[in-house]
Design a protein around this ligand. Structure first.
Ligand code: NDP
Length: 429
């Protein structure tokens, strides 16, 4: 997409939005058909993706707009059921683009495979034997997945850890082999599981122990993505609140989350409000990303804020988010679901590293959206107004009645299903 600024998109009908996108972007014939399709995931495809299929479970797919990241425009597909998430991300992205946009970076994509070894008669000797054979173990792992090596990736390093060193556990010490694998553009779970399973027999011989678990670690702390924004206070002014007040409120809110797990969990949930929808829309494994992100938020021993918010010497608000981002732009279900194919087409990313940077940026924007609302008007004003239509539907409204009931709920400041049911009954009579 040439631009992610699409003024008035919010006020268009769904078909108007689809038509506009189709004019703005070169979709393939298949993508264009799927964009307008009312059944984007066929039951046949679904039946091949998981087991015991009885149907599909669609989610709304919206577009996060206004994102400018490292000088590039991104229209960001977001699949999510919660109102206000897409609006808030787009609103903050607009503020940040006026401040020059987000800057991002990512580490190499190294994922970790674990092999658990128990019952070695001599733990130190077993560890030494594995370390001595490190290079040949790496070679064996790569022999199990030559196509990855041909792409420039593959197993790069191996480490041996001893667990339960000091503890009185029933079974005593165990060894854990860590295999570090550059998975290129794949998330890498299946690739790594294949590699570590292939090493298990050799590891048993070398350690004289028994191998139990051979699996990827979702704690992807060597596959990180970072995003940063710097915003002058003038862009944060909100109603009667000065930009400086909003900025300081956001820094106070960060300090609250940084020092209190009760707040941090909610603060971080708000970040995942932005991250999960993009992970889902791109066909990635959101449980994997969630697990890694929360573990990373506790890496210092106490669960804390995923983001940091501070002021720089010029008085600007500075926001940063760094997270493990074990997503792929190939493999898994990324190219299976027809809507995720459309998502990639619109995102126009060239690598999993680039996708990871976009995702972490949406998380940072989402966090700022929530904090800005919380330190000014409170979250309910915007959120409940957008939630009112879901409340009307839950109360049984349909067709034109949905908007009529929703408006009435907002007017009466009673955005509750009970009230909506009363209004539905009155409208039916
Ligand atoms: P795949 O098994 O689909 O492997 C990725 C495939 O992508 C490779 O086989 C490779 O094929 C192909 N490929 C094409 N281009 C590239 C490229 N540029 N870089 C890398 N690979 C490329 O998926 P993953 O191994 O990524 O595993 C992800 C899936 O595993 C997800 O669905 C996830 O839910 C699931 N999973 C997750 C677990 C967890 O999180 N703990 C555990 C088990 C599974 P080739 O080299 O043959 O051409």
């Amino acid at each position: 997409m040439k631009t992610s600024r699409i003024p008035g998109f919010y006020n268009m009908t769904v078909d108007e939005r689809r038509n506009l996108l189709n004019e703005m972007h070169t979709f393939t014939e298949e993508e264009a058909t799927n964009l307008f399709s009312t059944v984007p995931l066929s039951t046949d495809t679904a039946d091949k993706m998981i087991e015991n299929v009885i149907g599909t479970f669609p989610l709304p797919l919206g577009l996060g707009l206004n994102f400018l990241i490292n000088g590039k425009e991104y229209v960001v597909p977001m699949a999510v059921e919660e109102p206000s998430v897409v609006a808030s991300a787009s609103y903050i992205a607009k503020i940040v683009r006026n401040a020059g946009g987000f800057t991002t970076e990512a580490t190499e994509r190294i994922m970790i495979g674990q092999i658990q070894v128990v019952g070695s008669p001599d733990i130190d000797a077993a560890k030494a034997a594995l370390e001595k054979e490190k290079e040949s173990l790496i070679e064996d792992a790569n022999a199990a997945y030559p196509s990855l090596v041909a792409r420039g990736g593959g197993a790069e390093d191996l480490e041996v850890r001893v667990l339960n060193g000091e503890s009185n556990s029933k079974y005593g010490q165990m060894l854990v082999v860590h295999l570090y694998v550059n998975t290129c553009d794949a998330m890498g779970a299946n690739i790594i599981n294949t590699m570590v399973e292939s090493l298990a027999p050799t590891v048993e011989v070398l350690t004289k122990g028994k191998v139990y678990l051979r699996i990827l670690s979702n704690y992807a702390d060597k596959c990180l993505a970072r995003s940063r924004c710097v915003i002058p206070p003038s862009l944060l002014e909100t109603g009667e609140y000065t930009g400086e007040e909003v900025r300081d409120g956001i820094v106070h809110a960060f300090e609250f989350a940084a020092s209190d797990p009760y707040r941090a969990v909610t603060h971080n949930k708000g970040i995942m409000n932005g991250i999960d929808p993009v992970v889902i829309a791109t066909g990635n494994d959101w449980r994997a990303v969630e697990a890694g992100a929360h573990a990373y938020a506790a890496r210092d021993g106490q669960y804390g804020s995923m983001t940091t918010w501070s002021t720089d010497v010029s008085g600007n608000l500075v926001g940063e988010l760094e997270l493990p981002m074990s997503v792929g732009s190939v493999g898994g279900s990324t190219q299976v679901h027809s809507m995720s194919k459309i998502a990639y087409s619109m995102l126009d990313i060239e690598s999993a590293q680039e996708l990871a940077q976009v995702i972490v940026t949406v998380g940072l924007a989402q966090n700022l959206g929530a904090l800005k609302a919380l330190v000014t008007d409170g979250i309910q004003k915007g959120h409940m107004a957008l939630h009112s239509r879901s409340v009307a539907i839950a109360a049984g409204a349909s067709g034109e009645m949905i908007d009529i009931i929703a408006e009435q709920l907002i007017k009466e400041k009673q955005i509750r299903v009970g009230k909506a049911k009363e209004l539905v009954e009155q409208n039916i009579k």
